[in-house]
Design a protein around this ligand. Structure first.
Ligand code: ADP
Ligand code: MG
Length: 441
């Protein structure tokens, strides 16, 4: 066995159920992790990420193949690993300190040492001063910190995290990620390697050294990416954005950067591509409806099933196509892997997926560039309207702007204030950096 190799997953398959009701959750997974690595498993819900993690920690056994830890097959619980779950089952009647100490008791550590070590762990995760608080007195983020402390109490070599931030609000999640990264990059954690499950591309890039992308039906590894960016990583770096694109590409079943842009925008040669007049709600409804049908779906059936007019349906289908969420071929609509991901995503992830695509649309990109070039990053609505007028009749220019603002707002790329008729560039999530990027080749 190679030096420094901790985990080796060798051709592992997991089948649930038996006889005629079998279901393959993951198939022929190969994965290795060495000391010092932080690996993220990224994939849509249901692709078997948790199943794989449970086999690695020994909570369940593979149907085929073997999980090796330090060269030895894992049978039963893997004593070198622990798992941090989305939400931690803390004992409500025990204080923070007792919750952590209990994990040490389970390891047979004597009383005095137990509390000394529990104290240290509570400090380590930044809960100094909350030792005697009860779980109900803590915020979600703080409770998750107790969970981390408890997982770290057993000094696991391999720390497995199953979407540990996804039950937290955005700010707490961000804070906890930052704190974990400080501990990890500062070598303050007792763990030698981390394996984290995530369905958030940005989270994976901001934390991991290596991202393993999984696909579903059955769960399998699609590809992997090395992340060679210095910590702390921010989305503003060009390398970060480029990697987001490559990973989206992989999820969408492409290995190349991105498909080419759709149409043009004012000021560039050619006609401005008209944005279909549909909404994100209608888009979501359509994608959810067709997502179980992978081999394509008859468009004519949708009119009845969705209870919409053909005229509106066509607009929504065009929206899906334009954003890369579906393709249309001879009366059939087929959902793309990206559309599938959108249909199944959480509210936040949907926004993220949508924003990634919407910002590539020439019309929205053009608006963002105009706003970015203005000193205060906001401009009167009239400015855009006037610029569009040469290409559209009045009413249509107005409707086009309505659509662009509606989509841009949902994606949190731009905002519009009705009272003063000003359009503003959203800068809160650091997305401005990408506005100046060259369009993908
Ligand atoms: P993920 O964590 O990527 O969302 P999971 O590993 O939880 O995915 O699940 C993968 C697939 O296996 C899902 O379709 C799920 O319904 C199925 N599955 C998970 N655990 C079991 C089980 N104990 N019995 C039957 N099916 C299961
Ligand atoms: Mg899961």
């Amino acid at each position: 066995m190679e030096n420094g190799m901790l985990l080796h997953v060798d051709g592992v398959t997991k089948v649930f159920g038996r006889d005629d009701r079998q279901f393959t959750a993951v198939k022929e997974i190969h994965l290795s992790i060495r000391e010092g690595e932080f690996v993220a498993l990224l994939g849509p819900s249901g692709c078997g990420k948790s199943t794989l993690l449970r086999m690695i920690t020994g909570l369940i056994a593979p149907s085929q193949g073997t999980v090796y830890y330090r060269g030895k097959p894992v049978r039963g619980i893997n004593p070198y690993s622990t798992m941090v779950f989305q939400t931690f089952a803390l004992y409500p009647w025990l204080s923070v300190l007792d919750n952590v100490a209990l994990a040490l008791e389970a390891r047979g550590i004597v009383s005095d040492e137990r509390f000394e070590r529990a104290e240290k762990l509570v400090d380590l995760v930044g809960l100094d001063g909350f030792e005697s608080a009860y779980p109900r007195e803590l915020s979600g983020g703080m409770r998750q910190k107790v969970g981390f402390a408890r997982a770290l109490a057993v000094e696991p070599e391999l720390l497995c995290l199953d979407e540990p931030f996804s039950a937290l609000d955005v700010l707490s999640a961000e804070a906890l990620r930052g704190e974990l990264m400080e501990l990890w990059t500062g070598r303050l954690l007792p763990a030698k390697a981390i394996l984290m499950v995530s369905h958030n591309i940005e989270e994976a890039i901001s934390m991991a050294d290596r991202i393993v992308v999984m696909g579903k039906e059955p769960g399998h590894i699609v590809t992997e990416f090395a992340v060679d960016l210095p910590h702390p990583r921010t989305r503003k770096e060009a390398g970060f954005e480029a990697l987001i694109d490559r990973i989206y590409g992989a999820i969408a079943g492409r290995t190349e950067p991105e498909m080419k842009e759709v149409g043009t925008a004012p000021g560039t040669p050619g006609l401005t591509r008209i944005l279909p007049r549909s909404s994100v709600n209608a888009l979501a409804g359509l994608l959810e409806h067709i997502s179980p049908f992978h081999k394509g779906y008859d468009i004519y059936k949708l009119e009845d099933e969705l209870g919409v007019e053909m005229h509106d349906l066509v607009q929504t289908i065009e929206m899906a196509e334009m954003l890369g969420f579906a393709t249309v071929n001879a009366g059939d609509i087929q959902i793309t892997p990206l559309g599938q991901a959108f249909a199944e995503a959480s509210i936040l992830m949907r926004k993220e997926l949508f924003a990634q695509r919407a910002r590539r649309l020439p019309m929205i990109r053009w608006m963002m560039q105009m706003l970015n070039a203005s000193p205060e990053r906001h401009l009167p609505w009239k400015v855009f309207y006037t610029a569009l007028l040469p290409e559209f009749p009045d009413e249509m220019a107005e409707r086009q702007l309505d659509v662009a603002i509606d989509w841009g707002r949902y994606a949190e790329l731009i905002d519009y204030d009705d009272s003063d008729e000003m359009v503003t560039l959203e800068v809160s999530n650091g997305k401005t950096a990408a506005v100046n990027d060259r369009p993908p080749a």
